[in-house]
Structure formats: structure tokens, C-alpha cells
Write a protein of this length. Structure first.
Ligand code: 8YV
Length: 312
């Protein structure tokens, strides 16, 4: 007999196909009354696969036999991990397999924002090149200083790429790494002041909420560019929008937003920002590998084997 699992949110379609073939899956987003559905499933659900959307303490309380939440994604900020730990529920994520994919997009955003590639593309398409001549000059990337907020797996992969562009690298996080040869700057505002590009690559969640505030952004300055491939919550978004509008910061490359998929209307009208629909890990290779970790963690759980990528 197949085990039953709860799926709290959608994930990569091919991963869902495998889960559907392996388990009796209950897709919460398809239930007209989710509370009722959870109550009905409560006695039987021991494991859940989490895709987009929240997994909060109330959902955990509704599932007293839940022992595992296997998250599709490295960031677990949509799951109340503390509440899970208190209830003896393990949480797994999908680290490493997406690191290089996200780092590629991060460097792409550095270049796209500095060289205004999205604006330039529109400039060609709308006939401006023909009608107005050359477009305005943009900003240099190589040799400019990159300040990385969060030198974790993804931050390190970005640093490695930036080195190839001859960029001096600074980083800020709670603690200095003993294994990294980049300059640690203990104060984020100070790092922003020293940087041409501020790269946000730290985890989301309450601990980093609006860490990139007005003071930090003003320190980055009118020639500075902020790039975010982490979570929209890390930047004070309304403040960033205002400072971009005022020219107090020079530009932005953003893959993530505070209230996805909604993006502030003011950003849509700006030529000095490049916007992406949270696609950092979105290639078939990487999404397949992320899905495999969800599949393998669930399989390990039901086989009473150690989980592969447990958080915390
Ligand atoms: C998303 C991500 O999880 O891994 C993460 O933390 O942000 C992404 O890979 C992905 O969009 C799945 O919904």
C-alpha cells in the first residue's frame, strides 16, 4: 500500500509526477476547504512535501502525526522551523544543487543592472536606436567592488564568479569565516559605503528582515547598485523604491520581492532596474535535482533511514 503525503504547495511538475506515482498525494491547494481537509487527513499524515506557500504552526498543530516537512527549495523561511522543532517535526531543504544556478543569475543581474541590458533591449526593439541614435552610457562592472551580504554557499559561488571579473570582494554577515580569503566588514553600512555593488545572498526570515534599510542603501550611494537573489524581505522594499526614484541609489537587479508575484508598480516604470520573476533556480537541471532531494528525503523517512539534508 502506498504511503500518504500532504503536499502543501505546488512544485516542479516533474517532481510532482514522481510523488504522485510513489505516494497517495493530497494537494492542499486543490481543497475547497483547507482546514477541513487537514482535519480529515490528520490521523494519517506523517510526512509533507512543501512547495510554494506557507507552512505555519497552525498547520503543524492540525497534523499531530506529522514528522517530516520536505521543502522544495534551500530557503525555509516559508516554514516555521522553530515551531516544527518544538513539535519534533524534521525539516529538510535542497542545498548545494542550486548554488551555481543562482550564482549565475546573480552575476547576470550585476551585469544587466550595470549595463542596463533590459532597457537597452527595449531601446533596440522600440526603434529608439534608429530614431534617437546611441543609447546613454552605462556603468562598468569589471574591477568594481562587490559587497556580499551573506557569504554562504551561494555567496561564495558568486564571489568566485566575481573574481573572474577582477572585482575586489567584501562580505558581511554575523561572523567572519575562517576559510574565506575575502575581506570581512563587520558593519553592513560600512560595507555598502565601500561597495559599488551590494549583493544580497543571505537567508530570509525574521532575523534578516529589512536588514538592507535606508541607512545601508544611502551608504551604497547614487553610483551603487543593489542586487537581490535572496528574499525580498531582506531589503526594505518601499525605501529602496523611493531611493531608486530619487536617484539616491544608482540601480537594482532584483529576482525576489517582498510580496511575490506582486512587484511595486513604481519599479515597473524604472529603466535603471532589471526585474526577474524569482527564477534563480529555475532550469530543468536544477529543479530536477531539487526535486530529487525532496523525493530522496521522503524515501529515507519512510524507510526509517537518516534524512539527507536536514535543516538545523
Ligand atoms: C524556490 C528558492 O524555492 O531554493 C530557494 O530557496 O528561492 C527557490 O529555489 C523555488 O522557486 C521553488 O518554489
Amino acid at each position: 500500500m502506498k504511503h500518504e503525503i500532504l503536499m502543501s504547495g505546488k512544485m516542479y511538475a516533474k517532481t510532482m509526477e514522481v510523488l504522485d506515482a510513489t505516494y497517495t498525494t493530497h494537494k492542499l491547494w486543490e481543497a475547497p476547504d483547507q482546514k477541513k481537509k487537514l482535519a480529515e487527513l490528520a490521523p494519517r499524515i506523517r510526512a509533507a512535501a512543501a512547495g510554494s506557500g506557507k507552512f505555519d504552526a497552525a498547520m503543524m498543530d492540525a497534523l499531530p502525526n506529522l514528522k517530516l516537512i520536505a521543502n522544495f527549495g534551500v530557503g525555509v523561511d516559508s516554514i516555521d522551523v522553530k515551531a516544527a522543532t518544538q513539535r519534533g517535526i524534521a525539516v529538510t531543504n535542497t542545498p548545494d544543487v542550486l548554488t551555481d544556478e543562482v550564482a549565475d543569475l546573480a552575476m547576470g543581474l550585476v551585469i544587466a543592472a550595470a549595463r542596463r541590458m533590459a532597457f537597452a533591449d527595449r531601446y533596440v526593439r522600440d526603434g529608439s536606436w534608429v530614431n534617437k541614435g546611441s543609447m546613454p552610457f552605462t556603468r562598468r562592472v569589471h574591477g568594481k567592488t562587490l559587497g556580499i551580504l551573506g557569504l554562504g554557499r551561494i555567496g561564495l559561488a558568486i564571489a568566485k564568479r566575481a573574481e573572474a571579473f577582477g572585482m575586489p570582494i567584501l562580505y558581511n554577515q554575523r561572523r567572519k569565516r575562517s576559510d574565506a580569503n575575502y575581506r570581512y566588514v563587520a558593519d553592513l553600512t560600512e560595507m555598502a559605503k565601500l561597495s559599488d555593488f551590494l549583493m544580497v545572498s543571505c537567508p530570509g526570515g525574521p532575523e534578516t528582515a529589512r536588514l538592507v534599510n535606508e541607512k545601508v542603501l544611502r551608504a551604497l550611494g547614487p553610483d551603487g547598485i543593489v542586487v537581490n537573489i535572496a528574499r525580498g524581505s531582506v531589503i526594505d522594499e518601499p525605501v529602496m523604491v523611493r531611493l531608486l526614484k530619487e536617484g539616491a541609489i544608482g540601480g537594482a537587479g532584483l529576482d525576489v520581492f517582498a510580496d511575490e508575484p506582486r512587484v511595486p508598480a513604481e519599479l515597473l516604470a524604472m529603466d535603471h532596474v532589471v526585474l526577474q520573476p524569482h527564477q534563480g533556480s529555475a532550469t530543468p537541471e536544477t529543479r530536477t535535482a531539487m526535486g530529487q532531494l525532496v523525493i530522496d528525503n521522503l524515501a529515507a523517512f519512510f524507510a526509517n533511514k537518516p534524512l539527507l539534508t536536514k535543516v538545523g
